[in-house]
Write a protein that binds this ligand. Sequence first.
Ligand SMILES: Cc1cc2nc3c(=O)[nH]c(=O)nc-3n(C[C@H](O)[C@H](O)[C@H](O)COP(=O)(O)OP(=O)(O)OC[C@H]3O[C@@H](n4cnc5c(N)ncnc54)[C@H](O)[C@@H]3O)c2cc1C
Length: 450
Amino acid sequence: MTSTMIGRQAVVVGAGMAGLPAARALADYFEHVVVLERDALPLDASHRAGTPQARHTHGLLGGGQRALSDLFPSFEQDLAAAGAVPLKVGLDLRLEMPGFDPFPQRDLGVTGYAMSRPLIEFTARQCLNRNANITIRENCRAQDLVMSPDDVTVSALRFVNGEGRRETLSTDLVVEASGRGNLTLGFLESIGQPPPEETVIGVDIGYATAVLAIPGEVPADWTAVMTFDTPARGGLAGIMLPLEQNRWIVTVVGRHDNKPPGDWDGFLAYARQLRTPTIYQAIKGAEQLGEIARFGFPASVCRHFDRLEEFPRGLLPLGDAICRFNPVHGQGMSVSAQEACLLHELLRRRAEETDPLDGLASAFFSEAAKLIETPWALAAIPDYAVPETEGQRPEDLEQRLAFSAALFQLAATDVSVHKLLVEVLHLLKPQSVLNDPDLVERVKGVAVRA
Ligand SMILES: Cc1cc2nc3c(=O)[nH]c(=O)nc-3n(C[C@H](O)[C@H](O)[C@H](O)COP(=O)(O)OP(=O)(O)OC[C@H]3O[C@@H](n4cnc5c(N)ncnc54)[C@H](O)[C@@H]3O)c2cc1C
């Protein structure tokens, strides 16, 4: 072992957008990292059964792009080489929201990429494959965890391999990035420890997504569009991004009893109901590629592992297993990648300690909770504005909504505030930067005049 190695073997469950960066983070501190994935993994950027959400629009925020680039230095170049479409956030993306059709388009110096979720995942997988001490084992379904004889440490994981045989892997650390957290919750139950408390926001959202060939004639003033409706109209939304191979992906989102249908005519009619005609006009004559995909998302769920008094050593859930965000805000992959960077940083700080794994989970949970605070609030507050949303609304909801509305108004007229707002929305800066007293005064000034 080199001096920075803290264990012989770590196992990651799930080769999705939390598992891939987490495996990379672990590879600097464990001699060997094994990623177990239940699916067969495609040799290109195509779909697989274990991530049905990947058929829908997946925006990668600036904070996620930065985190993935920290772990995989060639990530952006690899994406671009594979056909991801570069976007100047603020300029190329036409944002339509009540009061702004569109929000002023400006180059804020923030560049991102638009591409399919399978391309993001395939690119990250290829980056991971360049690490000699990481093995991805596909067609392997993790089943349960094994406690060491001293009853304090997770020491092994049992799984069923591609031939249907049961195997056991001994491990110093299991990172559960299965998207669901069932392994962790099942294990806590089996050893008589309580599950984490949960905050649940019942959003009851329906997604429908079409992929289209980009026609010859396209509007010159945008490359991507996001259209949002008022909370009173259920926050109806349309999101349209370019993809690799000269395609558009178009998602329409509704809630409760107004969810979008799965046939093309119905999809078009639904797109026509959006608050502006931009998306409908663009897609009405475009050629549809493949079927329309649908997805139901009942609730955002945040599990407060940081509030647990005890947690088994050698186990760490990460990504959606900790927190599932309302997907409309495009945060899940980015937060997962940031959590992987956090894990990397914690391992770096602890590598020289006598027992680096002692207390790792509680240190991770408390830092991860801070990291989740901003994206959770950014998604929760507008969700609570929709009358049918279920959950415990904050007492100051009206003030927060009024502040947010005034902040957008100020950002429309002030480039530096616009840039700051975009940096927060892209998880490049924490929401706390918006508490700057001078900024708060200016926002309040706008609110008073409105
Ligand atoms: C409709 C929709 C749209 C979304 N849009 C966006 C967006 O625009 N931007 C964004 O950032 N996020 C978006 N998200 C969220 C994003 O998909 C997730 O946050 C992200 O994929 C989380 O990564 P994960 O690794 O935790 O889970 P996943 O990426 O779902 O990966 C879990 C992996 O674990 C594997 N697995 C599960 N159980 C086992 C087992 N027992 N053994 C072995 N392997 C197992 C699965 O096959 C899968 O590969 C969206 C989500 C939805 C539902």
